[in-house]
Design a protein around this ligand. Sequence first.
Ligand code: NOJ
Length: 540
Amino acid sequence: MSTPWWRDAAIYQIYPRSFRDTNADGEGDLAGIIEGLPYLKRLGVDAIWLSPFFKSPNRDGGYDVADPRLVDPRFGDNEAAERLIAAAHDHGLKIIFDVVPNHFSSDHIWFQEALAAKPGSPERARFHFYEGKGADGSIPPNNWNSVFGGSCWTRITEADGSAGQWYLHLFDTSQPDLNWENPEVAADFEKTLRFWLDRGVDGFRVDVAHGLVKEGISVDHPDPEGLTRALRFDAEFEDKEYRAQLLSNMPFFDREGVHDIYRAWRKILDSYAGDRMAVAEAFISPSSRIARYVRPDELHQSFNFDFMLADWSAAEMRVAIQQTSAELSEVGAVPTWVLNNHDSSRVVSRLGDEGKARALALLTHALPGGLYVYQGEELGLPDGVIPDSARQDPVFFRTNGADKGRDGARVPLPWKSAELNLGFSTGEPWLPLPSEYGMHSVDVEELNPHSMLNFYRTSLGLRKSHPDLGARSELTWLYSHEGVLSFKRGESLTVVANTTEEQLSLPESAKAILLASNGDTTLENGVLTIPSHSTVWLTN
Ligand code: NOJ
């Protein structure tokens, strides 16, 4: 059997709003993505995944979908989406769309109908509408928090002007959660999947894949604040054991019922030719739970966030790699590797410098399985510094600024250093591009043989062409020296990463350096000299 394309694909995440603007409205668009395809092809990725570009009031960066089968005019129209699918395929790139099944936008016709209808009506039954507690119903139905901060309940005003029922929203108030016990909901999503599959998309990234089913809505959680903090995965949650306990049993995440939904979706995907796939965004813990989303009759991949959250430490990364690989292999699935995305800090900012980010990338590009690259990662972009007055993320507003939110990772891409707005747009960009992005712009990095961009081109190119980096080539762990991670892929490729503060000299039987994240790496007379915080690929 031939290996399906996604098994070891490098998939480039596009945040459409920030990729490339062709109509001067300050936001990227689908035509801009078509223009960028040669750049992506040259980068060496196999596929692109687009964050949502569907009709949306954009209160959560398009993850508040008002019509999942209609392109928002800010990005183009449905014909542009079809042109993009065709153009990606012409470039030999697969293309994945985002599907957001946990919630709709409050602008979706269903929610508008629900507001206009009565309590107990079929229109309300598509969402989670409940009476409040207390004599006048003014207390929310339970004490759960929104992942974005504050209560996850909002009270509506009924059509007759009276204070009414409450609806559940795990995210922003503008994102009412759908009731997946209602068959109408499942039917509508199946229609959406088929709609885009019929138009040629190669797969989907499933937003909040672990969230669709809720249990025990009438029961209060013993520690809602603790759960909110645990879900933020912030380093400040000191009692790790308690955090793990909270995350292991959540009333609204990772319930058994979600798996039936994915079994049904898998049948739909399998009914189309061409290895159509889906990747779960399941931010859950412990990692062993993730394997349940990628059993043979469910989804194909799930993002590996444990690796993304691991420190730049040989020991920590080795545990994350080994654990995920072992857990997934039990269900016959392969891991994916991701260093950042539109919800996290950019990898350069997270690790604190470009050298470490380069070393981490080289290590990651040698791991077996799927790889996700977030737009701008290949340029070594740090998070953009944004004045509070320009912020857009609901996380910032719902936490009253305590959490700055995710806008820093969503700043538009710099294309041309000498042009207005670094070539992203001739209009006013929706988030300001910091001047330091100039030195990271595509035109500058293309000319510099030592740039992050050219480094990514080389490593992604080798990842594709080197016989030992193929989907079927085994990973074998090599010696463990403190602070060093080392493994072999296939017959001849050795990877060594030094995560210590010291330059190290290590005995090495490999014959030559194939690619090093730090140019001062040497291999002479059986001794590898590897600088601090760097990775090297060696061959026999
Ligand atoms: C995960 C998405 O990646 C994020 O951007 C969004 O805010 C939430 N899901 C809610 O849809």
